[in-house]
Design a protein around this ligand. Structure first.
Ligand code: ZN
Ligand code: ZN
Length: 246
């Protein structure tokens, strides 16, 4: 089998991406174009919604909230992703899923909801949030469960500490987040994915997920749930790879 035939059998995916709608450096459109031009097959937009009790921590000098997606803006956010998904499929043959990162720094967890289109306060109990995600046939993914980049690396280990009671609720755990790889997750035998937690262009070159399935939302979700045809890879900038390694 030729190299490109091997690659064709696996979809190049990124399921954890932020845009201008929360604290990402790029607009939604520019993010789609960046991933599309790099030949990605499936991506998910997962901007931050935060525990409503910590909203005051996100107020800018002019009193407006910064770096987070508010409840009132959520329908417009989802609508924008749906419109961009049509453009991405036409232009790049790339599948785009809507989602959100349920961000709860007070209780110490970030949970990515994939294929989620309705809002729920991330301050709700974790079981309620997972139920909300599953009711719309979405996936609940534990983000950076062992260490976190967000909020000055605040303790974000609630999901990991409670993994035994939560393992039947959570569909997959990030084995890798951006440049980090978690030995603890690898050794746990829990279902895994790898994601960039993209906030700026340099984060494109980071951990990603490969899925052995067809390019449809139903198949993508089923393959993550089943977790037998899932691999992670470190996606590198071609310019940085020495000739000898190609
Ligand atoms: Zn996070
Ligand atoms: Zn994130």
């Amino acid at each position: 089998m030729k190299q490109n035939e091997i690659n064709k059998a696996w979809l190049n995916c990124d399921f954890h991406i932020h845009t201008h709608f929360s604290d990402g450096a790029l607009s939604l459109k520019d993010t789609i174009d960046l991933y599309g031009k790099h030949g990605f097959d499936v991506i998910a937009i997962t901007d931050h919604i935060v525990n409503e009790k910590e909203l005051t921590n996100f107020r800018g000098p002019n009193g407006k909230h910064i770096g987070i997606l508010l409840k009132d803006d959520f329908p417009k956010y989802i609508q924008s992703i749906k419109q961009e998904a049509i453009r991405a499929m036409k232009l790049y043959n790339m599948l785009v899923l809507p989602g959100a990162e349920f961000t709860n720094n007070l209780d110490g967890f970030h949970l990515v909801g994939l294929d989620v289109t309705t809002y729920l306060n991330p301050g709700e109990p974790i079981e309620r949030i997972v139920d909300h995600i599953h009711q719309q046939d979405g996936l609940a993914i534990a983000a950076h469960p062992v260490r976190g980049y967000y909020d000055n690396n605040a303790d974000m280990t609630y999901l990991w500490e409670n993994r035994h009671s939560l393992k039947n609720l959570i569909d997959a755990w990030e084995l890798a987040n951006r440049f980090d790889l978690y030995d603890e997750v690898a050794q746990s035998g829990l279902p895994i994915i790898g994601s960039s937690d993209f906030h700026e262009p340099s984060h494109l070159f980071s951990w990603k997920t490969l899925l052995g399935c067809s390019k449809s939302i139903a198949d993508v979700k089923e393959t993550i749930r089943d977790n037998t045809r899932v691999a992670i890879r470190f996606y590198e900038d071609e310019k940085l790879v020495p000739e000898i390694a190609k």
